[in-house]
Design a protein. Structure first.
Lengths: 579, 263
């Protein structure tokens, strides 16, 4: 055992910056001068920002990413501990209201290089072809300005770059296979498979999830410790921190961490943005000049920054002539259905994300609501589970102690249900200010009739599956998961913020690229789609070259797919493709 | 381990869980729960250094009270003793709850949001003290901390049920009662179930990097974990918290959406 114990002391003790247990990174990185005009400044280095920086730097652009949180050293900064992981989440103040207020923070918002991809559970289903034409098919929501087939090549690229483990044949949406093999089952996955199988519902086991089921290069395979959403110290779970940021830095990108962007500057005479103001890690105000700005702050910080950047000519918020910035915010129904089993489950082992069914994903004319839902494994650790039992079972006092003594007998599934985009579900600015003197976000959220019917049906279905798996007691907590929308893309500048490449309709050198541009959300976890959209936007920007910087011309020709811009060693390596 | 604790007075005996066969209070244990002999801390040499540092700091260092006044701290101790009772534990193995809550409020750490109808967390705690004190005075003409265990439990149960009567209506108008209750319960469970002694109690394996888990299926224990050994127990006679009450989520607004961030 001594070798193991020695290695435990190893990483982090030698001032090497670790990204996962094996990968290290060389500092210092490239530094641009403050008054040097760079090509692109990317606000927020998360799921989208990491991919953008990697692609744009590899293509030779001068790029700076400005990130509000830290540049993590995963050995030094992360812990296998629920209560010790709060710093991974955006826990600066926000106000949440409306008839069905959303919980924010740990639930859906990341902070630090890698953003939400650091604490996601890493389920990576693709959206279905139907997701891109919800309005045409069902008369609800909105159509995307692109189709599934426009995005498919980028799904394929990102599934390799992360890479994704899962079955060789995934039957839903556009059927396809995954490059890494499925993970072994844990207790929760087994209950989902048993319940679904007893009801004749097809189920996918062992993925799709962006967690390595076998070692690759300087990233080891999953060790099934269950702390995925506390950040993967192992380096098995994909985050842009370990998949794309190292290649970005190697190609000359600069990342300024612990820097909070406060305003995007706009020159009214030419109707172009000129750079961003930010407060650096020392508390000093700075300005970075740039030929173009990409906002990748996710569904709350992106609209908040645009609204806080209101100026002469854009009094209601930058790029907000449509009054759409902040609107059409979406969360997915994320009810947790927990079941108690006679036999032990020990749900803390294995990744929370390891089995699912999308059998109920599409609109079913036999139901009286549009769209559908997925059923997925979740594996709440003790604190999360205790909070769920408070809500689901009313547990407190001796009842809480008794419930928790049975922790190892519980399994938990997540409903992932599509909630439609509604204009009054929106991000606005609250009166109160944060530590930088910036007005904080106010989030308003309310369920509509279709949403409520879908949640009721979905929740009952998940409960049926849990019973069919053999649970003796089944309880549920109503909650939400993920956040998208609030700066949506569309063809019509009157009803959307950005075009199909993420360029704002109002300002030719201002882009938005993150989850906020999604017009609808399906019932798939958004992480893969966000990164695929970022790779697509990068290809467009690279094809346009200097035109973006010198002209307001809006060329809507799709760009060729550039697999050669993938991080080294990821493209075209050993892919079983049965589709 | 699990030896009866001596020197316990009659009051603490009343507050102990019972052996359902004998009807007698169960002895205080070093480690309640169904996993006797299981110790996550005994595995700490297999944890990474940062995790070990974080968990050991939690075990060995209890932060001082800085946010609550001494009087508020006493009140909070009385409340926490009901929200997360620990009378089945020997005093030396009780997990500090109130110092953790105080530390969070002192440092101004939030969950990353505030419900629009709620005051800031610190103010919510203070309004809660005010309401509970008013309810105690109105119903029993005594301070809350002077009431018997059973009467205290009953007052808190009315808050859990969101049916506080008219004892403190003017305070509950200032904040939704179910959100206040969720705030307190969530803070208490976060303090308790973040402690390795609580992990031992519930059979949670705790940190497992870099060593990993090997036995993923059928709830099988790792070689260093132990099999469950259940025993029957009943909550103390005066306690009202061990019945399966109506889910709080039955109220109009859901109190606790996704705090744990499970997906």
């Amino acid at each position: 055992m001594s070798a193991i114990v020695d290695s435990i002391e190893g990483p982090g003790a030698d001032h090497v910056h670790y990204l996962g247990s094996m990968q290290t990174i060389e500092f210092p990185m490239k530094r641009y001068e403050e008054n040097e005009e760079i090509d692109y400044v990317v606000v927020g280095v998360g799921a989208a920002g990491g991919v953008l920086l990697q692609r744009l730097s590899r293509a030779g652009f001068k790029v700076v990413g400005i990130e509000a949180g830290p540049f993590w050293d995963t050995e030094r900064d992360w812990v296998s501990d629920e209560a010790g992981s709060h710093q991974l989440y955006w826990e600066d103040m926000r106000v949440t209201g409306g008839k069905n207020p959303l919980a924010l923070g740990a639930n859906n918002c990341g902070k630090g290089v890698g953003g939400g991809s650091v604490h996601w559970a890493a389920f990576t289903p693709r959206f279905h072809p139907s997701d891109f034409e919800v309005y045409s098919r069902d008369g609800v929501g909105a159509d995307w300005p692109i189709s599934y087939w426009d995005l498919k090549p980028y799904y394929q690229l990102l599934e390799l770059e992360m890479p994704v483990a899962g079955p060789a044949w995934y039957p839903w949406g556009d059927p396809h296979g995954y490059p890494f093999g499925p993970h072994p089952m844990g207790g929760v996955g087994n209950t989902l498979i048993r319940g679904c199988t007893n009801l004749g519902i097809p189920v996918s086991a062992g993925g799709p999830v962006a967690i390595l089921s076998g070692s690759r290069g300087d990233r080891p395979h999953c060790i099934y410790r269950g702390f995925c959403i506390q950040g993967c110290k192992v380096g098995a779970k994909a985050s842009t921190l370990i998949t794309h940021v190292p290649d970005a830095l190697a190609n000359g990108a600069e990342i300024r961490d612990r820097c909070m962007v406060s305003r995007i500057h706009h020159d009214k005479k030419i109707n172009r943005v000129t750079g961003v103001s930010y407060i650096d890690s020392e508390g000093c105000g700075r300005f970075q000049k740039a030929k173009a700005v990409i906002v990748s702050g996710y569904a709350i910080e992106t609209p908040r920054l645009l609204l806080n950047s209101a100026c002469d000519g854009y009094e209601n918020g930058l790029a907000n002539s449509s009054d759409t910035v902040g609107r059409y915010l979406m969360a997915q129904a994320g009810n947790v259905i927990a079941g108690r089993f006679d036999e032990p489950v020990r749900m803390y082992k294995a990744p929370p994300a390891h089995a699912l069914t999308e059998e109920f994903y599409e609109t079913d004319p036999k139901r009286d609501f549009a769209r559908g839902f997925a059923i997925q494994t979740v594996g709440p650790l003790p604190i999360a589970f205790a909070k769920q039992m408070m809500a689901a079972r009313g547990s407190w006092g001796w009842g809480m102690r008794r419930t928790m003594m049975d922790y190892n007998h519980w399994s938990a599934f997540g409903l992932l249900g599509e909630i439609l985009p509604w204009p009054e579900n929106r991000v606005t600015l609250a009166e109160e200010k944060d530590q930088f003197g910036l007005r904080v976000a106010h989030v308003n959220f309310e369920l509509h009739e279709n949403d409520k019917m879908l949640i009721e049906f979905g929740r009952n279905k998940v409960e049926q599956v849990m019973h069919a798996a053999g649970a003796e007691e089944v309880v549920q907590e109503a909650r939400y998961a993920h956040l998208v929308g609030a700066a949506r893309m569309g063809k019509d500048p009157a009803t959307s913020v950005v075009d199909c490449f993420g360029r704002t309709h109002d300002i030719a050198n201002l882009f938005v690229c993150d989850g906020s541009i999604l017009p609808t959300q399906g019932s798939a976890n958004p992480g893969l789609t966000i990164q695929a959209l970022a790779a697509r936007t990068a290809d467009y920007l690279i094809s346009q070259g200097e035109i973006i910087f010198n002209s307001d011309r809006r060329d809507m020709t799709p760009a060729p797919v550039r697999p050669e811009l993938s991080p080294p060693g990821t493209h075209g390596v050993g892919v079983p493709r049965f589709a | 381990m699990n030896s009866p604790h001596e020197n316990c007075d009659a009051d603490s005996l009343d507050r102990r869980p019972l052996d359902p066969n004998s009807g007698q209070p169960l002895p205080e244990r070093e480690q309640p729960g169904y996993y006797p002999g299981f110790s996550t801390l005994s595995q700490q040499r297999y944890w990474d250094a940062a995790t070990r540092r974080k968990v050991l700091e939690r075990v060995h260092e209890t932060p001082p009270i800085r946010f609550f006044t001494p009087e508020e701290a006493r009140m909070m101790e009385a409340i926490a003793a009901h929200v997360l009772p620990q009378d089945d534990r020997v005093p030396a193995r009780r997990i500090p709850i109130v110092p953790r809550i105080d530390e969070r409020l002192h440092k101004g750490r939030t969950a990353g949001y505030r419900f629009a109808k709620m005051p800031p967390d610190g103010d919510a705690y203070r309004l809660g003290f005010q309401a509970i004190e008013l309810m105690a005075q109105k119903n029993h003409a005594r301070a809350f901390i002077e009431l018997t265990w059973g009467k205290q439990d009953a007052i808190l149960k009315t808050i859990h049920d969101a049916k506080p009567g008219d004892g403190a209506a003017e305070v509950w108008e200032k904040m939704p009662i179910h959100r206040y209750w969720a705030l307190v319960v969530q803070d208490c469970v976060e303090a308790y179930y973040s402690h390795p002694w609580a992990w031992d109690e519930i059979g949670f394996g705790g940190p497992a990097y870099p060593r990993a888990y090997m036995r993923l299926e059928h709830g099988e224990p790792e070689p260093w974990e132990v099999e469950e050994q259940r025993y029957a127990w009943e909550a103390p006679p005066d306690a009202v918290s061990d019945s399966k009450g109506p889910a709080i989520a039955a109220h109009g607004e859901h109190p606790s959406q996704g705090q744990g961030g499970t997906h």
